[in-house]
Unconditional design. Structure first.
Lengths: 233, 409
């Protein structure tokens, strides 16, 4: 069953001065559970817009987006919040941790929203931090961490609440190559171990190399959809 | 909730200077309102006015007595009457035999107000009974002793132990006179009482006036001034046509008007000060929230409902209000401690210790005091104003679009 289903999605941005920008021009996409896929394309091709629409952070001008079989267009703002909390994890290009919370508190945040008890939260975070090499950083706040460290915490936050799908918007763009590679390998392992679906937007060749499926966008339209033989599917 | 309050607390200190200005504004605003209220309260504190003037929240007299002060218009069996009154616990009640008269000493004569009292119970409603400048208190069974106001004693050049003759018009219309000895000289704050008051025992007054066991005034002080009208109504029902029941607002209309005016003035000043504080907080909170649009967008993106980000902004307002209240009340308490020593305003050199104004006794030294109830009310108002002010920025935050907010700078 498709965990994400995008049908005929268009997204226009209207700027009074510059006119209308067609960010997406009728995109169709189905993502099955457990996929490790990348959306590739040059800057301005609509990758981030597509991820935002899948995550319910933005609304399409036309078309339909379903997550777990639920049509996002019919959901209220609070219902979308609940869907993101329960089913979707986000990793952003600029890490986007909450600066006043420590690494541990950031990672626990979504679980707390879900009402997971503090004992269970600590237990889950302890294992995850150990796994991601963050044990020493538990009490550090984001401004005192390196980019790579912050991105690992962001990954921990995204997967701690055990979402159905993780949306990662250019997660390696601000990292050096070695750190970026380590991060992608780590996410790949999580994908294999926990069967978490990952959808990346990227133009990083290293990420594309790791992905089982690569969907290419150019000027807001899908130009190719390639699956690796022997991939996750 | 704990996490939200923790986040709000930490957010508060991200821009230390701005938050301190906000907290300071709230604290100073509260302090100014308390200070103003305290000064006005010092002037208008009704209980002191009543004590110093020997008045009550309620006075009961025989019908018509107040217009003509005819000694024959009196209430019978005052002692048993006052013990059976339907009063709230903690009320003080006294009765007086009242007459005008002439006091004569070897050095001169003066018109006086003679109050026949039970000294022990009168002291509960009239502070001056125990304010002795010289001599000793009046004993309950002393039928020949008097206490004189200090200015009166000075005018008549009387000292403790000397004789004074009191001349009155008796109940039978004849002129009556009695010889008394000065037991003590008292110091009423009211200059009028100081110049004219003569205290004798009720029995002595009744004897001199040719009256049976009667009194002209029953004076009642209540533990809560707010109960005055309700208790007065009960007493009117109780006495019916046999007595007139008057409240302090009816007896001293000017004081009532002044108190009402001061209440309005305090409200207006409070609204003005809190309004300024609110505008300052609104401006800085709005700025603070706009600067963190991206963070609120992240919170929304990862699953926070709109009401949670609203609660975060309100949490910051809560901390600003709490710290502001601590600062404002702290400054108020500190100043009260200091203010109980030197007065804030002191007109004693021009007005003496006190002055009479529209039937009231005004002290010439204004000392700061913060009554607990009023301070807590003002603090609650600060919380309300600060939280109300935060509603608009919180509402703005709740309406943000996560996708736009995350990509805002």
């Amino acid at each position: 069953m498709a965990v994400v289903e995008v049908v005929g999605v268009k997204k226009d941005y209207v700027d009074r001065g510059a006119g209308t920008t067609h960010a997406l021009r009728g995109v169709d996409l189905a993502v099955e559970s457990g996929e490790f896929m990348a959306i590739a394309g040059p800057s301005g091709s609509g990758k981030t817009t597509l991820l935002n629409l899948i995550g319910g952070l933005d609304t399409p001008t036309a078309g339909s987006v379903k997550v777990d079989g639920r049509e996002l267009a019919t959901m209220t703002s609070a219902q979308l919040s609940d869907l993101r909390r329960d089913r979707i994890g986000f990793v952003f290009q600029a890490y986007n941790l909450i600066p006043v919370l420590s690494a541990e508190e950031n990672a626990e945040y979504v679980m707390e929203l879900k009402g997971v008890g503090s004992g269970a939260r600590h237990e889950r975070i302890e294992g995850l931090f150990e796994r991601l090499g963050l044990a020493e950083l538990r009490h550090k706040r984001p401004p005192k961490m390196s980019g790579g460290q912050q991105q690992r915490v962001a990954v921990a936050r995204a997967i701690a609440a055990e979402p159905a799908v993780v949306l990662a918007d250019e997660p390696t763009a601000n990292l050096d190559q070695a750190t970026g590679r380590a991060l992608i390998e780590m996410m790949r392992e999580l994908n294999r171990e926990r069967k978490v679906t990952f959808i990346f937007s990227t133009h990083d060749p290293m990420v594309l190399e790791q992905a089982d499926r690569v969907v290419r966008l150019v000027d807001g339209a899908v130009t190719s959809d390639d699956r690796k033989a022997g991939g996750a599917l | 909730m704990r996490t939200l309050l923790k986040m709000a607390w930490r957010d508060l200190w991200r821009n230390r200077r701005r938050s301190l200005i906000n907290i300071f504004a709230v604290g100073v605003g509260l302090f100014l309102v308390l200070l103003y209220g305290s000064l006005v309260g010092t002037v208008m504190r009704a209980k002191d006015q009543l004590d110093d003037g020997g008045m009550g929240h309620i006075e009961v007299t025989a019908p018509g007595w107040r217009q003509h002060r005819n000694v024959r218009q009196a209430l019978e069996n005052p002692k048993s009457t006052v013990t059976g009154l339907p009063l709230p616990p903690g009320s003080d009640v006294s009765f007086r035999v009242v007459s005008r008269g002439l006091a004569t000493s070897a050095r001169g004569s003066k018109g006086v107000a003679i109050h026949g009292i039970d000294p022990a119970i009168e002291a509960t409603v009239a502070a001056y009974v125990n304010k002795l400048r010289a001599g000793k208190p009046l004993a309950a069974d002393d039928e020949r002793g008097v206490l004189l106001g200090d200015k009166l004693a000075e005018d008549l050049r009387l000292q403790v132990g000397q004789k004074v003759r009191l001349m009155v018009q008796r109940a039978d219309g004849e002129v009556g006179a009695d010889l008394f000895r000065v037991r003590g000289i008292i110091h009423p704050l009211s200059p009028a009482l100081s110049r004219s008051l003569v205290l004798v025992t009720a029995a002595a007054a009744q004897r001199t006036l040719g009256l049976a066991d009667v009194a002209h005034q029953i004076v009642i002080q209540l533990p809560l001034a707010a109960e005055t009208d309700a208790v007065a109504e009960r007493l009117r029902t109780r006495f019916g046509e046999r007595a007139e029941v008057m409240t302090w607002g009816q007896l001293m209309p000017m004081m009532k008007v002044l108190e009402d005016m001061m209440g309005v003035l305090i409200t207006v000043i409070s609204l003005f000060v809190y309004g300024l504080v609110a505008l300052g907080i609104l401006n800085t909170m709005h700025m603070s929230v706009l600067e963190r649009t991206r963070e609120f967008g992240i919170m929304r993106a990862i699953g926070s409902r709109p009401r949670r980000v609203v609660a975060l902004v309100m949490g910051e307002a809560f901390w600003i209000a709490t710290l502001g209240v601590v600062l404002g009340l702290g400054a108020g308490i500190l100043l009260t401690k200091l203010g109980s020593g030197p007065p804030v305003l002191d007109y004693t050199s021009k007005m003496g210790e006190s002055f009479d104004f529209a039937g009231m006794v005004m002290r010439s030294r204004f000392i700061i005091e913060l009554p607990l109830g009023e301070s807590l009310r003002a603090a609650a108002l600060v919380y309300a104003v600060t939280l109300l002010t935060a509603i608009y920025p919180a509402f703005r935050v709740s309406r943000i679009q996560p996708a736009q907010a995350i990509h805002s700078v």
